[in-house]
Design a protein around this ligand. Sequence first.
Ligand SMILES: Nc1ncnc2c1ncn2[C@@H]1O[C@H](COP(=O)(O)OP(=O)(O)O)[C@@H](O)[C@H]1O
Ligand SMILES: O=c1ccn([C@@H]2O[C@H](COP(=O)(O)OP(=O)(O)O)[C@@H](O)[C@H]2O)c(=O)[nH]1
Length: 544
Amino acid sequence: MSALLAARRAPAAANALRLSGYARRQLQSVQIRKAHTQPPKADVPPTFYPRMTAAPALLWTAAALGVGVFWYKEVEERFGAEGASPSPLVGDAKKKTAELLEAGKAKAQGLADEARDKASSAKDQANEVAENVKANAASAQKQASDKVASVKDSADEKVGELKGKAESAKQAATDKLKDAKQSAEEKAGQVKEKAAGLKQSATDRAKALKDIAEEKIDAAKSKAEDVKKAAADKAESVKKAVKDKVDAGKEKAEDVKQAGADKAKSVKKDAEDKVEDVKKAAKGKADELKDKSELVKQDAKEKVDDAKETLKSKAKAAAEEAKSQGADIKEKAQAGAQVVQAKVSETLDLEPLADDTTVVFVLGGPGAGKGTQCANLVRDYGFVHLSAGDLLRAEQNRPNSKYGELINTYIKEGKIVPMEITIALLHAAMKEAKSSRFLIDGFPRKMDQALKFEEAVVKSKFVLYFECPEEEMLKRLLKRGETSGRVDDNIESIKKRFRVFEDTSYPVIEHYQDQGKVQKVSCKQPIASVYAQTKDVIEKELHL
Ligand SMILES: Nc1ncnc2c1ncn2[C@@H]1O[C@H](COP(=O)(O)OP(=O)(O)O)[C@@H](O)[C@H]1O
Ligand SMILES: O=c1ccn([C@@H]2O[C@H](COP(=O)(O)OP(=O)(O)O)[C@@H](O)[C@H]2O)c(=O)[nH]1
């Protein structure tokens, strides 16, 4: 049995021998690696490298020894001391095993020694390589730092040069700025002085003109008041005379009627009396008397009708006379008003604009899109856009404006505000704009405005007429009215504005059409298409 166990343990001894062979091969691999004199990887310290390769060899040797000792101990435990072996075969095996173990031990020791020596020489070589690498790195570092120092020196030099240049440029700029500032200040002083002079003379002139105008207006007003009062007095007296005459006529007609009625009554009574008398006497005579009474009655009726007719025609003649007198008074009053208006016009006293001023009248019904297209032209061609309606609305809202109330009433009713106000506003705005190119939008809307403006301010170049059907304009204005806040963007005012446009403003367009000055643009298209047409017209007419 123990011989069998010993035989079984023999392969374990062989394994120990195999392990020691593996340890030898590991040592050979150390030698091979060492033959390649490559430096160790950067992250592994050079002294660690040989130790790393020798370590597995030592481990394997120790393991082989451990297995051998374990196996030997077990055999000893199971089978006791050498002398207790049951057979010489077991003794042999034991002996052989001990020999093998001894030989393995000696070999492992030899290999371990060899490995240690080789590891130590590998360590020395590795240290040498590391020293070399270190020396190379130090010299490279030195070269690099020399280069950095020289680059830095030349950069410092350049920075110095540039700094000098910048300093001198800065000084030159400061000098220039100082000079410019001084001359600007001088110029500003001169301009300021000139402006103050101009302002003063303009103020004086405006004041003088205002005084004259106010005087004239007061005189005209009082004259108008007189004329109005005289007309009112006359109208009152004529009215009274007519009334008196009508009353007298009426009274007379009443008298005649009464007389007729009385007479008819008495005749009737007579007749009745007579009838009563005769009735008793003869029945035949009664019919005769009855006829007679009928005739008298008829006669009386005719007389009453005649009297009525006479009075009626008399009253009619009196009324006709009164009417013609009234018309006369109205005519006189109108003439008076015209005189007043003419006097007010004189007070306009406008200073005409330069002849080379370009003025384009932009006309069209309310809501045709005049303002929308003018805004595009301003953007693309730099016109100054003046909307008569906008100027009037601004004046209406200006605190202390004399005309605010009046303008509000006119605009709400869709009527044309007296031209003196509108022309004065346009003239002032044009003077203030100091431009030579104007789009005058929504003006002139009445013949008198057109004539006066061209006579007193400047002639227009042509009329840009935006043609649009009424139902389209109505639609646009009602939509605009949702947000515009304008007092006249409501259905009542819009209808009135359409009538005024047709009756009063369209004749202005016809007037310019007769002179061949109207350029028509059709508006019932999207804004962009309308603008494309508008641009063509403007460029062609003004040679832009
Ligand atoms: N071609 C167009 N198509 C549709 N809506 C338009 C067109 N042109 C203008 N509008 C709109 O119609 C309204 C009236 O235009 P606006 O330029 O104010 O007219 P107006 O010249 O009579 O003052 C505005 O609300 C505007 O946006
Ligand atoms: O020369 C003018 C221009 C405008 N208006 C008044 O201003 C209103 C609005 O005119 P606007 O051109 O602003 O509007 P539109 O009717 O063209 O949309 C008109 O109905 C008029 O009552 C006026 O009296 N005279």
